[in-house]
Design a protein around this ligand. Structure first.
Ligand code: PMV
Length: 330
């Protein structure tokens, strides 16, 4: 028996970082996916095979015993640790410790780009292995297990990434609870800086500043929470599309400024954000933890001009669509 599961990447539209402090955030699944096959093996071991793991600037392929890499070994090893924790967690849930399981992974999602590649690989692994072991878990339950995997590997995590990857669509997320927002097509362009930031380090850096000067940082986090509530009102309103996009674009720009204030932007991220705005995007901001990774722009009239501007500024544009579907057993 062989089970194939897949799970999507995500973008955080509003509220990254402040979500770690219990404020709300809005995220959406996008149409890049990670595929995981799971099957039993005879020797009781966990075996992991992965191809096409795209760490910035290289393709890594590795198996449990051998890791081939040209650089950035750490990132490849990090992927491996999410997969291993996910398998161990599901084996424990299914009372199947010691059962030999082989998983094979192939992914369209760049690692460390802030697009939720770790959450997607954890969710797809949990989906495939739980089905293999005969566990009946809902996508919501799988999202919660994905959050446990993130906590085990990263230490701190809000859980938004595995939640949206497991359930798909648009979500409003707050303290472990989510609500689906009405589906809308968003004319966005994602711009990849080509370098990766460490979510763990960036979250720790923001925590350090918060602890040093809470009276300064708390109001920034509160304002980020208010941006999310305003964005939810706009998304669920019956305003016409043009006005809705115009308001969301302004909120994106304010959110970007506050993320910059927290210190998670980089020269390259800011260059891509400003290049997109100059080319006519009505909003542009970091998505995800920052420190490299990706930004996204809202460009209803001119996605291809904005994509070109991102290329000229040295980034890699991706025109993606929101994915209604989360975890899927293929
Ligand atoms: O690096 P990403 O895209 O997975 O961003 C994580 C979002 C943070 O708010 C920075 C961390 C979290 O756990 O929510």
């Amino acid at each position: 028996m062989r089970v194939l599961a897949s799970a999507p990447a995500k973008i955080i539209l509003f509220g990254e970082h402040s979500v770690v402090y219990g404020k709300p955030a809005i995220a959406a699944a996008i149409d890049l996916r990670t595929y995981v096959w799971a099957e039993f093996n005879e020797n009781g071991a966990i075996k992991i095979e992965a191809k096409d793991i795209r760490v910035p600037g290289l393709t890594v392929s590795f198996s449990e015993d051998e890791i081939y890499f040209e650089s950035d070994y750490g990132k490849a090893a990090e992927v491996l640790s999410y997969v291993r924790q996910a398998i161990e967690l599901v084996r424990k849930e299914a009372d199947a410790n010691g059962k030999g399981i082989t998983v094979s992974i192939t992914s369209q999602i760049p690692v460390g780009a802030g697009l939720g590649s770790s959450a997607a690989v954890a969710v797809a692994t949990i989906g495939a292995v739980s089905r293999l072991l005969g566990l009946e878990l809902s996508n919501e339950e799988i999202g919660k297990l994905g959050h446990k995997v993130e906590l085990l590997v990263q230490g701190a995590s809000s859980g938004i990434d595995p939640t949206v990857s497991a359930i798909g669509g648009f979500i409003h997320y707050e303290k472990g609870n989510f609500e689906h927002l009405p589906f809308m097509e968003l004319p966005i362009v994602v711009g990849y800086t080509g370098s990766s930031g460490s979510t763990k380090e960036l979250v720790a850096m923001v925590r350090g500043t918060y602890e040093e000067m809470p009276e300064v940082i708390e109001p920034v986090l509160v304002a980020m929470g208010k941006i999310v509530e305003k964005a939810r009102d706009v998304i669920t309103s019956d305003l016409d599309e043009e006005l809705r996009f115009a308001q969301l674009g302004r909120l994106m720009n304010i959110n970007h400024g506050l993320l910059d204030a927290l210190g998670v932007s980089t020269k390259k991220l800011s260059e891509l954000v400003y290049a997109a705005r100059v080319a006519g995007a009505i909003g542009a901001k970091i998505t995800g933890a920052g420190g490299g990774g990706c930004m996204y722009a809202l460009a209803p009239e001119n996605q291809s001009e904005v994509a070109t501007a991102i290329t000229i500024a040295g980034g890699t544009p991706m025109i993606t669509r929101i994915s209604r579907e989360g975890l899927r057993i293929e």
